[in-house]
Write a protein that binds this ligand. Structure first.
Ligand code: CP
Ligand code: NVA
Length: 307
C-alpha cells in the first residue's frame, strides 16, 4: 500500500520528513515522465471560499492528467455558501467523491471537514497554512540546488499562511529558514515551536525584524502579498510598514550570488517585489508556478493510492 493512501493534508506538519520527501520525489518523477500514475474514475471536489487561479487550475489539470474528474463546488453555487455546516457537507461529499481540496478562512473548518469525512481532505489554503504551495516551492529548490541541507531560505513579509507552511516545510527538509517580518506580523509561535521541534537544532529556524540580516548569504528569497485575502481593508496601512521587506535589487545583492527568488503569486509589483527582480535572471517564479501542478498530481496520486 502506498505510504500516503487515504491521508489528509491539512498542515505540512501532518507529514514526516520522509513522507514529504517522498511526495517531492514523486512529483519530480511525474514531471520528468519517469512515472505516469493513473486514477481513472476518481473524482476530486474543489470547495473554494476564496479566489484562486493557480490552485484551482493546477489541481484541475493534475486530476485530468491522472485520468480523473473534477467537480467545482463553488461555495456560492452550493448550500455551503448558505451556511450548511462543514460536518454535514463533509458527510455528503464523501458519499460521492474520492478526495476534496478546500480553500477557506479558518483552519478549524478544514479540520472539522476532515474529522467528518472518510476521504482525503487537502488544504488548498487557509488563513493558517498553504501546504500544497510549499510542496511545489521545495521541488523548485531541489531542481535548482539538488537538495536542501546547508541551504538557507529567507521569507520576507507577512508571517501568515504561506510563511507558516514554508517554516514547517523547510524544517522537514532540513533547510535553514529565516523569516523577516515587521513587528506585530510575526509567524504564529506554535508553528515556530513545531518547526524547532522538527529541526531539533539540525537546521536554523530564525524569526527576525531585520530584513538585511535575514537575507545575508541566503540561497532563496521568498515573498508573498502584504495583505492577504480577507485583509484587503488593511492593505493601504500596511504599505509603509512592510516597505523595508520588499525584495529588490539592493536586498538581492546581499544574498548568495547563486540565490533564486520565489513568490507564490499573485504578486503586487512595486510592493513586496520589484518588477526588475520578478522578471530578472534570479527569478524562478514561473517554474514554481508549473511545479504546483506536478506537486499536486503527486499528492493526489499518493492519497488515492495510485503510486
Ligand atoms: N499561489 C496560489 O495559491 O495562487 P492562487 O491564489 O491563484 O491559487
Ligand atoms: N497570503 C496569500 C496567499 C495567496 C496564495 C493570501 O492568503 O491571500
Amino acid at each position: 500500500m502506498a505510504a500516503l493512501k487515504g491521508r489528509n493534508l491539512l498542515s505540512l506538519a501532518d507529514l514526516t520528513a520522509e513522507e514529504m520527501m517522498r511526495l517531492i520525489a514523486t512529483a519530480a518523477k511525474i514531471k520528468s515522465g519517469e512515472i505516469n500514475p493513473q486514477c481513472p474514475q476518481k473524482i476530486l471536489g474543489l470547495v473554494f471560499k476564496k479566489a484562486s487561479t493557480r490552485t484551482r487550475v493546477s489541481f484541475t489539470a493534475a486530476m485530468y492528467k491522472l485520468g480523473g474528474q473534477v467537480i467545482d463546488l463553488n461555495a456560492n453555487l452550493t448550500q455551503i455558501g448558505r451556511g450548511e455546516p462543514a460536518a454535514d457537507t463533509a458527510r455528503v461529499l464523501d458519499r460521492y467523491l474520492d478526495v476534496v481540496a478546500i480553500r477557506t478562512y479558518d483552519q478549524s473548518e478544514v479540520e472539522e471537514f476532515a474529522q467528518h469525512s472518510r476521504i482525503p481532505i487537502l488544504n488548498a489554503l487557509t488563513d493558517l497554512e498553504h501546504p500544497c504551495q510549499i510542496l511545489a516551492d521545495l521541488l523548485t529548490v531541489q531542481e535548482e540546488f539538488g537538495g536542501f541541507k546547508g541551504y538557507t531560505m529567507t521569507y520576507l513579509g507577512d508571517g501568515n499562511n504561506v510563511a507558516h507552511s514554508l517554516i514547517l516545510g523547510c524544517a522537514l527538509a532540513g533547510m535553514n529558514v529565516r523569516v523577516a517580518t515587521p513587528e506585530g506580523y510575526e509567524p504564529d509561535s506554535t508553528i515556530v515551536e513545531q518547526a524547532q521541534a522538527i529541526s531539533q537544532g539540525n537546521s536554523e529556524v530564525v524569526i527576525t525584524h531585520d530584513a538585511r540580516a535575514a537575507v545575508d548569504g541566503a540561497h532563496v528569497l521568498y515573498t508573498d502579498v502584504w495583505a492577504s485575502m480577507g485583509q484587503e481593508d488593511d492593505a493601504a496601512k500596511r504599505i509603509p510598514i512592510f516597505e523595508p521587506y520588499q525584495i529588490n535589487q539592493k536586498l538581492l545583492d546581499i544574498a548568495d550570488k547563486t540565490a533564486i527568488v520565489l513568490h507564490c503569486l499573485p504578486a503586487h509589483r512595486g510592493e513586496e517585489i520589484t518588477e526588475a527582480v520578478m522578471e530578472g535572471s534570479h527569478s524562478r517564479i514561473w517554474d514554481e508556478v508549473e511545479n504546483r501542478m506536478h506537486a499536486q498530481q503527486a499528492l493526489l496520486a499518493e492519497v488515492l493510492g495510485a503510486v
